[in-house]
Design a protein around this ligand. Structure first.
Ligand code: G3H
Ligand code: 13P
Ligand code: ZN
Length: 332
């Protein structure tokens, strides 16, 4: 048993309370590689921002859960080495799908876990979440739950409404499950293709797709039902069009990739939304830099030559999110 406290990590309780009260959101960046970890820490330290480093099931399969945990411990020490006296870093399990995986993470140094029972019938979601909460709270680990299903890219926007979180359920769900934060569905979705062409309108000036707005009315109703309760948005990459253009220019094929406009995420950050999940934007920043580097330097084969600009480009993106979208800078 390794407690996250021994590793210098923190849970989300105080971090979220401050973010809700202060009208900003904590960045939750997924990581799978050392370069992502370094870029996240450098950005958080330079911006004096708390940060959530999150690990998916896929990341554990790719990089090994033990290695990722030591990387998070390394992130704390690296932040101190970069001059941050009191780093506020959370190691979070993203989309935990069973009690067992949550327990394993809690027993091995994670300070926060998500139990994603959103696909289950309502009562089963509550029961599974409560089981995780009971174990997690005994170890002072915080728990994110999910209510409502994120829209799939195939869904019509209108029919996706039925997947949205039902505001009338949130008080009962959070009270009975005991969760510390709640991921909701208001129109975001995972990946780089969040909307079909049909769901978007076309900007006549740029010819680019303009996605439909998030359901801020549902968010407002949820906040009314649960005043001050920490709300989480998944699927919140913006899919920057300059990165998509670079990827496509240098041999990639990402037609019609589109994300959530940053103005909408900025607006959400000012509400009770206090954790915003970003993974795809990091993938795009990394891939764009690597494709460009190879196109311009076809003779390079030392991974450090192309991973360095990839790391720089991710760091630039993380800093931009913290400073210009989430507003979590200068909070340490
Ligand atoms: O929620 C999805 C995250 O982007 C993680 O994705 O399961 O491919 O690591 P992944
Ligand atoms: P994106 O695919 O929009 O980056 O969402 C990531 C996420 O929600 C991780 O849980
Ligand atoms: Zn997610």
């Amino acid at each position: 048993m390794t407690s996250y406290k021994e590793l210098g990590l923190v849970n989300t309780r105080e971090m979220f309370a401050k973010a809700v009260a202060g009208g900003y959101a904590i960045p939750a960046f997924n990581f799978n590689t050392m370069e992502q970890m370094q870029a996240i820490v450098q950005a958080a330290v330079e911006c004096k921002s708390p940060v959530i480093m999150q690990v998916s099931k896929g990341a554990r399969a790719y990089a090994n859960g033990t290695i990722l945990r030591y990387m998070a411990q390394g992130a704390v020490e690296y932040a101190k080495e970069l001059g941050c006296e009191n780093p506020q870093i959370v190691l979070h399990l993203d989309h935990g799908d069973s009690f067992e995986i949550c327990k394993e993470c809690i027993d091995n140094g994670f300070s926060s876990v998500m139990i994603d029972g959103s696909h289950l019938p309502y009562e089963e979601n509550i029961a599974l979440t409560k089981k995780v909460v009971d174990y997690a709270h005994a170890h002072d680990v915080t728990v994110e739950a999910e209510l409502g299903v994120l829209a799939g890219v195939e869904d019509e926007v209108s029919s996706a409404v039925s997947h949205y979180t039902k505001p009338e359920e949130v008080v009962d769900f959070s009270t009975r499950s005991g969760c510390d934060s709640l991921a909701i569905s208001i129109g975001t979705s995972h990946g780089a293709y969040k909307f079909t062409r049909e769901q978007c309108t076309l900007d006549p000036q740029t010819g680019k797709l303009v996605p439909p707005p998030l359901a801020f009315d549902i968010l407002a109703e949820i906040e009314k039902q649960l005043p001050g309760f920490p709300i989480v948005l998944h699927g919140s990459s913006s899919v920057p069009q300059d990165e998509v253009d670079t990827i496509n220019k240098f041999g990639g094929q990402l037609p019609d990739a589109v994300g959530i406009p940053e103005e909408q995420l900025r607006k959400a950050s000012e509400s009770a939304v206090c954790k915003i999940n970003i993974d795809s934007d990091s993938r795009l920043a990394m891939t764009a830099a690597i494709r460009k580097h190879f196109a311009e330097n076809p003779g390079h084969f030392d991974p450090r030559q192309y991973l360095k600009p990839a790391r720089e480009n991710m760091k630039k993106m993380y800093i931009h999110k913290i400073m210009n979208v989430l507003g979590s800078n200068d909070k340490l």
